[in-house]
Design a protein around this ligand. Structure first.
Ligand SMILES: C[S@@+](CC[C@H](N)C(=O)[O-])C[C@H]1O[C@@H](n2cnc3c(N)ncnc32)[C@H](O)[C@@H]1O
Length: 385
C-alpha cells in the first residue's frame, strides 16, 4: 500500500474513532501532496464539522455544569440556547431561552438567540416580534447582529447577492455600471465579455477585477460631470446598473437620473437599501454600522412621479433591492421637478412610511425568481411589441 492510501486509511480510522483532530492532520498531509484529492477533501470537511459539533457539545456540557451551580444566570441560559442552536437542537434551544425570558422578558441576548432559533423554524413573524423587542433594549451598544437577524425574519429567502448573480446570468449584460464598489464583491460578478465600470471615491478592493472592468475612484456626481459613460464603455447604452453608493435620498435620485440618460427601455437598474427596517437604521445621520439610509425614498418617488417606469422592490435581506425597468433616456420629468420631488420626501421617515403603507408605497413584490423574471419579461414585452 502506498503512502497516500495509508494516510487516507489513517484519516478514516481516526474519523470512525471520533478523533477529528488526527483525521484533520492526515487529510491535510494528503492534500499537501495532491491538492483537491476528493477522499481527503471529503474527510477533511467531515472532520471539521465533527470538531465544531464536538466543541458545541463540550460547550453544552460546560454550560449545564455551570448552570447546576448558578441556575438563574440568564447569560449562561442564553449561551446554552446558542450552543443548542449550533448543534441543530432547536427544541432544547427554545426551551432554555423561554426559561431565561420567563425570569426577564427583556433579556437582550435571550431575545436575540430566540429570534435566530425562530428563523430556523421558519416562524418568521414570531422571530420579527422577538427581534424588534431585542432592538428596543436601548442599553445595548451595537445592534448589528440583531438587525441582520431581523432582516432575515422580515425578508426570508435569497440574499441580495444571490439576486445580483442571477441578474448577471439571466441578462448577460453587454455593459454594466456599479456605483459604490467597496471590496469589489459585486462588481466582479461582471465577467468578460461584459464591459463593466465601477465608481467609488474610496474603494477597498479585495476581489480581482476582470480585464474588461474599469474603476473610477470618484464620487458618482463627479464621475458623471467629468466623463461620458457611453465613451467610457465604448457602447452607447448601459444594460444593467447597480446603484449602491451613498445611501442618501438626493444622491440615489441623482445616480438614477444619470444612469437613465444612458439607458434603453430594456435596461435594468437595481437599487440597494430600499426596504427600511426601522427609524434608526434608515436614518442617514445614524452612525450605526447597519444603516440603509433613506434610499427607500427613491422607490416611493419614482412610483409616484414616474408611473411610466416599471418599478418594484424585492424583499431580499439585508435591505431589499429596487428593480426599475422600461427606462426612457429622453425623459426630463425628474430633472424639471427635482426640487418638488426632494421636498415631497425630505421630512418623511420610516414611521410615515408605515402609516402610508410600506408595501404599496415601495411596491414590495416577492423574493421569488420565477415571478420577478416574469414581471421584468412582461414589462419588456410591452415595450418591444
Ligand atoms: C455598501 S458599499 C458598496 C458595496 C458593494 N456594492 C457590494 O455590495 O459589495 C458603499 C460604497 O459606496 C461608496 N460611496 C460613498 N459615497 C459615494 C459616492 N458619492 N459615489 C460613489 N460611491 C460612493 C463607499 O466608498 C462604499 O465603498
Amino acid at each position: 500500500m502506498n503512502d497516500l492510501n495509508q494516510m487516507l486509511e489513517s484519516a478514516a480510522h481516526h474519523l470512525s474513532a471520533s478523533q477529528p483532530d488526527e483525521a484533520d492532520k492526515a487529510c491535510r498531509m494528503v492534500l499537501e501532496k495532491i491538492p483537491g484529492q476528493p477522499d481527503a477533501s471529503h474527510m477533511l470537511a467531515y472532520a471539521l464539522l465533527k470538531k465544531s459539533q464536538m466543541q458545541s457539545n463540550e460547550a453544552i456540557h460546560q454550560l449545564r455544569k455551570a448552570l447546576g451551580v448558578n441556575p438563574d444566570n440568564l447569560l449562561l441560559l442564553a449561551t446554552l440556547g446558542e450552543a443548542y442552536l449550533a448543534t441543530g437542537k432547536l427544541r432544547e434551544a427554545e426551551g432554555v431561552l423561554k426559561q431565561a425570558l420567563t425570569q426577564d422578558p427583556d433579556h437582550y441576548y435571550s431575545l436575540l438567540v430566540l429570534g435566530k432559533a425562530l428563523i430556523q423554524y421558519e416562524r418568521y413573524s414570531e422571530a420579527e416580534r422577538v427581534l424588534r423587542k431585542a432592538l428596543s433594549q436601548k442599553q445595548v451598544a451595537s445592534h448589528d447582529a440583531t438587525y441582520i437577524s431581523l432582516a432575515k425574519a422580515v425578508m426570508p429567502g435569497d440574499s441580495y447577492h444571490e439576486w445580483l448573480a442571477r441578474f448577471h446570468q439571466w441578462l448577460q449584460p453587454a455593459t454594466y455600471l456599479e456605483i459604490g464598489v467597496q471590496t469589489g464583491q459585486t462588481l466582479t460578478l461582471a465577467q468578460p465579455p461584459t464591459v463593466a465600470v465601477g465608481v467609488d471615491p474610496d474603494p477597498m478592493l479585495q476581489f480581482p477585477l476582470s480585464n474588461t472592468t474599469q474603476m473610477f475612484n470618484l464620487e458618482s456626481d463627479v464621475f458623471f460631470e467629468q466623463h461620458n459613460l457611453a465613451e467610457v464603455m465604448g457602447q452607447a447604452k448601459v444594460d444593467l446598473a447597480f446603484i449602491d453608493g451613498l445611501h442618501v435620498f438626493d444622491q440615489v435620485l441623482r445616480d438614477f437620473m444619470n444612469v437613465e440618460r444612458f439607458s434603453h427601455p430594456g435596461t435594468v437598474v437595481v437599487l440597494h437599501d430600499v426596504r427600511p427596517l426601522d427609524n434608526i437604521s434608515s436614518d442617514p445621520d445614524s452612525h450605526s454600522n447597519f444603516n440603509s439610509g433613506d434610499a427607500w425614498k427613491v422607490m416611493a418617488a419614482l412610483r409616484r412621479f414616474r408611473p411610466d417606469l416599471t418599478c418594484f422592490t424585492i424583499p431580499t435581506a439585508p435591505t431589499g433591492l429596487g428593480v426599475i425597468t422600461n427606462l426612457d433616456s429622453k425623459n426630463t420629468i425628474l430633472k424639471e421637478r427635482y426640487n418638488e420631488v426632494i421636498t415631497a420626501y425630505q421630512n418623511k421617515n420610516y414611521d410615515w412610511l408605515m402609516n402610508e403603507g410600506l408595501s404599496e408605497t415601495l411596491g414590495v413584490f416577492v423574493n421569488d425568481w420565477e415571478q420577478v423574471s416574469a414581471r421584468i419579461g412582461e414589462a419588456h414585452a410591452q415595450h418591444y411589441e
